[in-house]
Design a protein around this ligand. Structure first.
Ligand code: PEP
Ligand code: MN
Length: 256
């Protein structure tokens, strides 16, 4: 990432079952996604809501990755989880709530896998860039910054997508910068337009939530694109990418 190619990461908010994960994986792969996303441990606002399948799902996840040949980005919420999923993921995700978790960032600095660092929803751009240095100082240079919306006075949307931060980080750092329009806006119908805006603004990629049946999703259903929505978004995105001369990154066939 960070070269001319534009990377599309897509998948469910949470991995919920073999059927749900496989159906999503096959659908987003066919429509042009390069990497899968999917939460194993979820950082939910309420402790009473679905917290992710956790370690019981490792074998099932491995088998879906083998079957599809896709790579996976998944969030680690605790240092102990790094070792547990090191051989499953191709990229670690640090969630918005953990941007300031410096012991987690330092531990990821000792790994050899790329780290997708979400911006804290109340994090300054400067704090986000400094957080990335906790990873790189440990010897892992592969940090991808991800703008996922910040908390503002606005309540009509879940968060406010800060494209300033994307442009600022592109101009002032060497990290690849991607956008998560799903958490930024929180409303399915508004996600594709923001994905296109991210590409036009110079982001190096997007990470988007997709669910085959959003009404049944155990987390973040209201912002999940259906497979059909995703396909339509990809065809519009491809037109923006060709206008700005950025090829869509192809999925590598990975062995798991
Ligand atoms: C997620 O990617 O599902 C997630 C929890 O994102 P964030 O950390 O940006 O809220
Ligand atoms: Mn989510």
């Amino acid at each position: 990432m960070g070269g001319p190619d534009f990377t599309v990461i897509a998948g469910p908010c949470s991995i919920e079952s073999r059927d749900q994960f496989l159906e999503t994986a096959l659908g987003v792969k066919k429509a042009g996604a390069c990497l899968l996303r999917g939460g194993i441990w979820k950082m939910r606002t309420s402790s009473k809501t679905f917290q992710g399948l956790g370690s019981n799902s490792f074998d099932m996840i491995r088998s879906v990755l083998r079957e599809t040949g896709m790579g996976l980005v998944s969030e680690v919420t605790d240092t102990e989880q790094i070792e547990q999923i090191h051989d499953i993921v191709d990229m670690f995700q640090v969630g918005s709530r953990n941007m300031h978790n410096y012991s987690l960032l330092k531990a990821l600095g000792r790994t050899n896998k790329p780290v997708l660092l979400k911006r804290g929803f109340a994090g300054l751009i400067d704090e986000w860039i400094k957080a990335a240095e906790y990873v790189t100082n440990g010897g892992n240079p592969n940090v991808i910054l991800c703008e996922r919306g910040i908390r503002t006075f606005e309540t009509a949307t879940r968060n406010t997508l800060d494209l300033n931060a994307v442009v600022y980080a592109k101009h002032n750092t060497d990290y690849p910068v991607i956008v998560d329009p799903s958490h930024a806006v929180g409303i399915r119908a508004l996600v594709p337009d923001l994905a296109l805006a991210a590409a036009a603004a110079g982001a190096d990629g997007i990470i988007v939530e997709v669910h085959p049946r959003p009404a049944e999703a155990l987390s973040d259903g209201p912002q999940a694109l259906t497979l059909n929505d995703f396909e339509q978004m990809m065809s519009r995105l491809n037109r923006v990418l060709s206008a700005i001369d950025r090829p869509l990154q192809k999925a590598a066939q990975l062995a798991h």
